[in-house]
Write a protein of this length. Structure first.
Length: 146
């Protein structure tokens, strides 16, 4: 699920050739702030929303209908797996990037069943996150031209 994105994909995504919206769901306030700022710097044309738990993540999702959701697994109130499953029922075309400190086979299987686009391990390498976002944006652009 995790592969490197091409430089062209990242450049096109940064240039805003595909207007996109991103929801970041992370319960660690400092990590959420850093991720939000870095994603905003790398993808200045993207609308970015954030949430600190699974319930707030669902509320933001229903309010803004983001194209991409970046989420931690271990969220309070509703974990990332449950949240992603509910979101996919509402908007199956939504792209998901899941962050976890654990590389467990059963989690990977659950995410494959839901249709997760990327699974990134913590500590987070921001280059990998940027590439995963760019791949999602490229898929969105491709889907929109069909």
């Amino acid at each position: 699920m995790q592969s490197s994105g091409s430089r062209c994909d990242v450049d096109e995504a940064r240039e805003g050739k595909t207007r996109t919206s991103i929801l970041i769901v992370e319960d660690d306030a400092a990590a959420l702030e850093i991720a939000t700022r870095l994603v905003a710097l790398e993808f200045p044309h993207a609308a970015i929303y954030s949430a600190v738990d699974g319930v707030m993540g669902l509320e933001q999702f229903n309010d803004h209908h983001p194209d991409i959701v970046i989420t931690d697994i271990g969220l309070p109130l509703k974990n990332g797996i449950e949240m992603a499953r509910e979101m996919k029922l509402v908007r199956p075309e939504t792209k998901f990037i899941v962050l976890s400190a654990y590389n467990e086979k059963d989690l990977l299987e659950q995410f494959k069943q839901i249709g997760i686009n990327s699974y990134l391990l913590k500590p987070l390498n921001f280059g990998h996150l940027t590439a995963a976002i760019a791949r999602c944006i490229a898929e969105i652009a491709s889907d929109r031209t069909r």
